[in-house]
Design a protein. Structure first.
Length: 244
C-alpha cells in the first residue's frame, strides 16, 4: 500500500509539472505568434492570440493546432482607392486546423470564421458627405448614419431646396449587403426632399459603397448588417495565413 501511495503521489506531481510546462509553452507560443502576425500584416498594435485545446505540447508534436483565436483592434483596411484606408475597430477570427512549418516560420489555417465592426463614423466617410447637386436648385449630402433596427441602417440626408435648407435632415432606412469585397448601402425607399427629383438623382446621394481589401491572412467578407454601434461584418476564409 505504501508503494502504491508513493506511485500515486509521483503521478500527481509529474502530472502537475506537465500541466505547468504545457501552460508555459502555450503562453510563449501565443506571444511569439502575436509578434509574428504583427510583423507579417504590418499591424500598428499587437493582436491577441489564444491557442485553444489541451494539451498544447501534443498538438505541437503533431504539427497542427486545433483552434486558434485571433483578435485585432483598429485594423486599417485598404479601400482600393488611392491608398486610402478604412478603420475596422474590432476584428475577431477563429482559425481551425492551423498547420505550421517545421521551423515555425509560417502557419496556415484550413478554415477561418469571424466578425468585424466598422463604426458608423468611419463608414460615413464613404458616403456623399459633401453637398452634391441632385437637380437644378436642389443639393443634398449625407450627414449621419446610425442603427435602423433589424439589421438596417438609418441614413440622414440634409437637403437645400432653392437656397433654403430643410428644417431638419430627412432620414431613410437602408439595406446593407456584401458584393465581393465591397459593402453596399441602398435605400429601401427614397426620402422626400420637398420637390420632385428623379430617383437616380436622389440615389446618387443616399446609396453608396465601400470597398474593403486585403484583410488579414486573405479572409473575405461574407455577410453584413447594421448594428448598434456600426456595421457588423461576418468574415470567412480557407487556407488563411497567420504568419509567413
Amino acid at each position: 500500500m505504501r508503494a502504491l501511495r508513493i506511485l500515486i503521489i509521483l503521478a500527481v506531481i509529474l502530472g502537475g509539472l506537465f500541466v505547468i510546462a504545457d501552460r508555459v509553452a502555450v503562453n510563449f507560443a501565443e506571444d511569439e505568434a502575436a509578434q509574428k502576425m504583427r510583423t507579417t500584416e504590418g499591424l500598428s498594435t499587437t493582436p491577441d492570440v489564444s491557442i485553444k485545446g489541451f494539451p498544447f505540447l501534443t498538438q505541437v508534436a503533431s504539427g497542427e493546432l486545433d483552434d486558434v483565436e485571433v483578435g485585432i483592434n483598429d485594423y486599417e483596411a485598404a479601400t482600393g482607392t488611392g491608398g486610402e484606408k478604412i478603420r475596422i475597430s474590432d476584428m475577431k477570427a477563429d482559425m481551425r486546423g492551423v498547420v505550421f512549418s517545421g521551423d515555425y516560420s509560417s502557419a496556415t489555417a484550413r478554415t477561418a470564421t469571424g466578425t468585424a465592426t466598422i463604426a458608423y463614423a468611419d463608414l460615413l466617410k464613404a458616403a456623399k458627405s459633401q453637398p452634391t447637386d441632385v437637380s437644378p436648385g436642389v443639393s443634398a449630402k449625407v450627414v449621419g448614419l446610425s442603427s435602423g433596427g433589424n439589421g438596417k441602417i438609418k441614413v440622414e440626408v440634409e437637403a437645400t431646396v432653392l437656397g433654403n435648407k430643410l428644417p431638419k435632415p430627412v432620414s431613410v432606412l437602408s439595406t446593407v449587403s456584401v458584393k465581393g469585397d465591397t459593402v453596399q448601402v441602398r435605400a429601401d425607399s427614397l426620402p422626400n426632399m420637398g420637390i420632385d427629383v428623379a430617383e437616380n438623382a436622389v440615389r446618387s446621394i443616399t446609396d453608396f459603397q465601400q470597398a474593403i481589401d486585403d484583410l488579414p491572412g486573405g479572409i473575405k467578407l461574407d455577410k453584413v448588417e447594421g448594428g448598434k454601434d456600426g456595421v457588423e461584418i461576418t468574415v470567412k476564409g480557407s487556407d488563411v495565413k497567420l504568419a509567413g
